[in-house]
Design a protein around this ligand. Structure first.
Ligand SMILES: Nc1ncnc2c1ncn2[C@@H]1O[C@H](COP(=O)(O)OP(=O)(O)OP(=O)(O)O)[C@@H](O)[C@H]1O
Length: 581
């Protein structure tokens, strides 16, 4: 219950309404428990009438009053139940939406390293448990408390009316609860394991769907299917063992209840033959004990589901307990403009790596300057950009913006001041217009179209079936690599950034597309500071400074002319190689 309790503490605002619903459902349950007393009263009236202890008029009047009382009770229960159903559903909608929102907010605030080590499918699976948990909470609030109260009430009443029957029930009820709790304890580790396996399966499915082109093109379906089947078989085996434990405990509980049920019927019948009970009493005791035994079963099942829901909640709590590794200082200021950027002796190691990815990186970009990063694959160029975007903080050294440590500014304002065009352009399943303006909600249609014109995207957008209203992304129109890049450039233009960050696409575009992309980029970068990760040296000839990287270090620095003049330099070698190609 620890994890479910943690989840409940996340939504304290609904506590009062939940208590009212719990109380009302208890009242309904107790209302239902009054019925056997009315039946008892009616049977006693009929017995008195049969034995001629009362006349027909009085019997008819008393019976009519009792039936009317029963009618009033049922009508009241119908009314209160209708209110309860509506109130419970409203509360369920509120809690589920609030919890979903909290999980979503928490996911959006986590640092990038979390997404590097957690599979998307696994996150989706944990997100889905919000529904399981809230459904369970309402199952609990709707019937359980009243069932427990009925059991208590029934046992106490039986202890007075038929002490031996009461005693039997006083043993059966706690024994049932004890065995159900013990069963839940024994099966907990299995439940935890199969929930984990469901997460793994969801992860595999997510991976397969997002990488479908790679999987298809390499005929990798069999490979991924056999990985999935192996996890599925493991899940099957765990579930089978768990079911075995549950079954054993279920048989023991049912046997105890059967013995209890038969002995109460036997004892009451014996008592009646001895003349100790009136017909009404017999009916009352038998109805009560049978109702109690019947209600024990769902309570047992609920204890079992509680354990299951608690393990699901454990996975959700673990997700919610994740804290961003990169956070804003409480006194962080808003960055409103950029005058200069500087890396000063920066060392950086990825959390899961044993060695430094960047070592002693120092460089500066001042107003209007274009600085390019070149070097072999894996030399750390993109990592520099990731640090600038504050996906990670360096372990040593400082990154300065306008002479101030980057950590003195809020992350959002730093990122908002950048116009980023990365290699992989992600398009959302939305219109082209919204894809361009998605992080500038205030941008008008005219602003979006003007940005698209600067990025040389307007011409191809207008040729799409619905122009700017055409849906792109996962289920939308397919755009080529060059077109996606131009969308990304339009996005960056719209932001009017202080610094343009460009991770140049590795795959070559056709010359027409390349020219348009380059043209768009030139417009974007004109008069602005820019940091460019370059794969093709031809595109950075005019950069003010080129930083050549090798194994996490800057090994050469200068403009194209000065670097090319070093015949044994890394840049000159790279340049010679690309010229040959
Ligand atoms: N999220 C990550 N976690 C751990 N290691 C990483 C991560 N991202 C990159 N690396 C490692 O850091 C090193 C530098 O990677 P980086 O992406 O910065 O290289 P790069 O110079 O941009 O390469 P490329 O030109 O191929 O894009 C590589 O060894 C890479 O494996």
């Amino acid at each position: 219950m620890r994890n479910i309790y943690r989840i409940i503490t996340l939504i304290p605002e609904y506590r009062f309404r939940a208590v009212v619903i719990l109380f009302t459902s208890a009242v309904i349950g107790l209302g239902g428990a009054i019925a056997p007393f009315i039946f008892r009263h009616i049977v006693n009236i009929l017995a008195d009438f049969s034995a001629m202890r009362i006349g027909p008029t009085q019997a008819a009047r008393d019976a009519a009053i009792a039936v009317l009382g029963f009618l009033a009770l049922r009508l009241a229960l119908v009314g209160v139940s209708a209110w309860l159903e509506q109130a419970s559903d409203a509360l369920w909608r509120n809690t589920i939406s609030t919890l979903r929102q909290r999980v979503f907010d928490s996911m959006t605030s986590l640092s990038i390293d979390f997404y590097g080590r957690t599979r998307a499918g696994d996150i989706m699976d944990r997100f889905g448990t919000v529904t399981t948990i809230t459904m369970w909470l309402f199952q609990l609030s709707e019937g359980t408390l009243s069932a427990i109260l009925q059991l208590l009430f029934g046992t106490v009443l039986l202890l007075f009316k038929a002490p031996l029957v009461g005693l039997i029930m006083a043993l059966i009820v706690p024994l049932n609860l004890y065995l159900s709790v013990a069963e839940a304890g024994k099966t907990r580790s299995y439940k935890r394991e199969w929930h984990r396996l469901i997460g793994v399966m969801a992860g595999l499915l997510g991976e397969m769907v997002s990488q479908i082109t790679t999987v298809r093109s390499m005929a990798g379906e069999t490979g991924i299917m056999s990985r999935f089947n192996a996890v599925q078989r493991h899940w099957w085996a765990v579930r089978e063992v768990e079911q075995g434990v549950e079954q054993k405990s279920g048989v023991v509980i049912n046997l105890i209840n059967a013995v209890g049920s038969v002995s109460t019927v036997g004892w009451v019948t014996y008592g009646a033959l001895q003349g100790r009970y009136s017909p009404g009493d017999i009916l009352l005791v038998l109805t009560l004990t049978q109702a109690m035994i019947v209600s024990l079963q769902p309570i047992g099942r609920l204890i079992n589901t509680t354990a299951e829901v608690d393990t699901a909640a454990e996975r959700l709590v673990a997700l919610l307990d994740e804290r961003p590794t990169v956070t804003d200082r409480p006194d962080a200021a808003e960055l409103t403009y950029i005058r200069s950027i500087a890396f000063c002796g920066v060392y950086f190691r990825y959390p899961d790596k044993a060695h430094n990815t960047l070592e002693d990186i120092s460089f500066e970009i001042t107003a209007g300057e274009h600085v390019a990063l070149v070097g072999a694959s894996g030399s750390g160029k993109s990592t520099i950009i990731r640090l600038l975007l504050r996906f990670y903080d360096p372990q040593q050294g400082r990154i300065l913006i306008n002479g101030q440590d980057i950590r003195t500014y809020t992350q959002a304002s730093v990122r908002a001041a950048f116009g980023v065009v990365l290699q992989d352009v992600a398009l959302f399943n939305d219109t082209i217009a919204r894809n361009i303006g998605w992080c500038n909600p205030k941008a008008s249609e005219a602003d979006i179209e003007s940005a698209a014109r600067i990025a040389h995207a307007d011409d191809f957008i207008r040729l799409l079936p619905e122009g700017y209203a055409t849906v792109a992304g996962e289920r939308g129109v397919h755009l080529s690599g060059g077109e996606r890049q131009r969308i990304a450039i339009a996005r960056a233009v719209l932001r009017d950034p202080g610094l343009v960050i460009l991770d140049e696409a590795t795959s070559a575009l056709d010359s027409e597309s390349e020219r348009k992309v380059q043209d768009g980029l030139s417009h974007l970068m004109a008069g602005r500071m820019a940091l460019i990760v370059a794969h093709r040296l031809g595109t950075i000839r005019n950069a003010n400074r080129i930083l050549v990287m090798n194994r996490g270090k800057i090994v050469e620095s200068g403009d194209h002319g000065s670097l090319i003049a070093q015949p044994h330099g890394v840049y000159a070698r790279l340049h010679a190689l690309q010229s040959v190609l």
